[in-house]
Design a protein around this ligand. Structure first.
Ligand SMILES: [Zn+2]
Length: 300
C-alpha cells in the first residue's frame, strides 16, 4: 500500500490509482457504511491497482453497491467496465451527460484525438458501460448509518461534472471541479481541457463548493485536503484560473499563437519543480490542451 492510500475518516478512504504509473496523479474514493460506494473508477489501466487497494482495506469488490462517476473523462470512467467484471451486481451512477459518454465513449474519444497529438497514448481504452442510472442535483443517496451522499452539480470542468457531499463526516468529493493540484510543490493548474471546459461555469462551481461546510476536500487530481487548507485550495484555484485567463487573453489576442501563450505560461510557472519534472512532450501536450480549453471557452 502507498502512503497515498489511506482511511480519511470514519467512513471514507482514498485510493491512489497510480495514473500513468505515477503515484499522486489520480485518485478514487470509497464511502463505506451499510452500503459501500466507490467514487470514480480510474482508467482501464488502473483497475488492478484499485482492486488491490480495496483488498488491503478489507473491502471485497463484490460488496460494493455502486460506482459513481463524477464526470465524463476517461481517467474517471474508463475503468468502470473492467471493475464491473469483478463486481457483477454493482450499479453505476452518473449525471445524464456523463451517462451518455459512459454508454458510448466515441464522442469523447473523437475530442481526445483532436487535441492529444503526440501524447495520444495517455488516453487509455474506454470500453462502453451498458447500464447507468442517472443522478441529479439535490438527490440524496442514503448509505445507512447516518451516511449519505448529496449530489451537487458542478459544471465547468465538463458539463456533466458532479460532486458529492457527505454530511456526517463533512466530506466533499469534488471530482475535477476544483483544479489540478500538487500539494508537494504547491502547484495549481486550471482543469480546462478543450471543448468541454466552460470558464464562467467553472468559477461558479468553485463558489458553490465554498458554500458547503466541509472538513475534507477530496479531489481527482490529487488527493484529500483538510481545513483550513481545503478552503484555501479552492480559493487559490479560482485565483490561478483568473491569472491564466489574463495571460491567455492578452497573449492570444495579440499573437493568435498557442505556442506564444505556452511560452508566457512557462515564464510565469515554469520554475516550479512540478512543472520541471514532467517530460517536455507531456508538459507541452497537457499545457497546450489547457490553453486551448480557454481559447475555445472564451471564444478568443
Ligand atoms: Zn477530468
Amino acid at each position: 500500500m502507498l502512503d497515498s492510500d489511506f482511511q480519511i475518516n470514519e467512513h471514507c478512504y482514498q485510493i491512489d490509482i497510480q495514473q500513468w504509473m505515477v503515484p499522486r496523479v489520480g485518485t478514487c474514493y470509497v464511502v463505506k457504511s451499510d452500503k459501500i460506494f466507490l467514487i470514480d473508477a480510474g482508467t482501464s489501466h488502473t483497475t488492478e491497482k484499485v482492486l488491490k487497494t480495496l483488498e488491503e482495506f478489507k473491502i471485497r469488490p463484490d460488496s460494493i453497491n455502486a460506482i459513481v462517476v463524477t464526470h465524463e473523462h476517461y481517467d474517471h470512467g474508463a475503468g468502470v467496465a473492467g471493475l464491473l467484471e469483478r463486481m457483477p451486481t454493482t450499479m453505476v451512477l452518473a449525471s445524464e451527460k456523463t451517462a451518455e459518454i459512459l454508454k458510448d465513449p466515441s464522442d469523447f474519444l473523437e475530442i481526445s484525438k483532436r487535441h492529444y497529438g503526440e501524447a495520444a497514448g495517455l488516453v487509455s481504452p474506454f470500453p462502453p458501460v451498458k447500464n447507468v442510472e442517472i443522478v441529479e442535483e439535490g438527490d440524496i443517496i442514503n448509505l445507512g448509518g447516518g451516511v449519505s451522499l448529496e449530489v451537487v452539480a458542478l459544471p465547468g470542468h465538463t458539463p456533466g461534472s458532479i460532486g458529492f457531499f457527505e454530511s456526517k463526516t463533512k466530506t466533499f468529493f469534488a471530482g475535477d471541479a476544483v483544479c489540478n493540484y500538487n500539494a508537494q510543490y504547491e502547484f495549481y493548474m486550471p482543469p480546462s481541457f478543450p471543448e468541454l471546459f466552460n470558464y464562467e461555469e467553472y468559477l461558479k462551481s468553485l463558489d458553490k463548493i465554498l458554500s458547503y461546510d466541509f472538513n475534507y476536500l477530496c479531489m481527482g487530481h490529487f488527493g484529500t485536503q483538510t481545513q483550513p487548507k481545503a478552503k484555501q485550495v479552492v480559493e487559490k484555484a479560482a485565483k490561478t484560473a483568473k491569472e491564466w485567463k489574463k495571460i491567455i487573453e492578452d497573449t492570444y489576442r495579440k499573437t493568435k499563437s498557442e505556442e506564444k501563450v505556452y511560452q508566457e505560461l512557462l515564464k510565469k510557472y515554469g520554475d516550479n519543480e512540478y512543472v520541471k519534472n514532467f517530460p517536455e512532450i507531456i508538459r507541452k501536450s497537457i499545457l497546450s490542451q489547457l490553453i486551448r480549453g480557454y481559447v475555445i471557452s472564451l471564444k478568443l
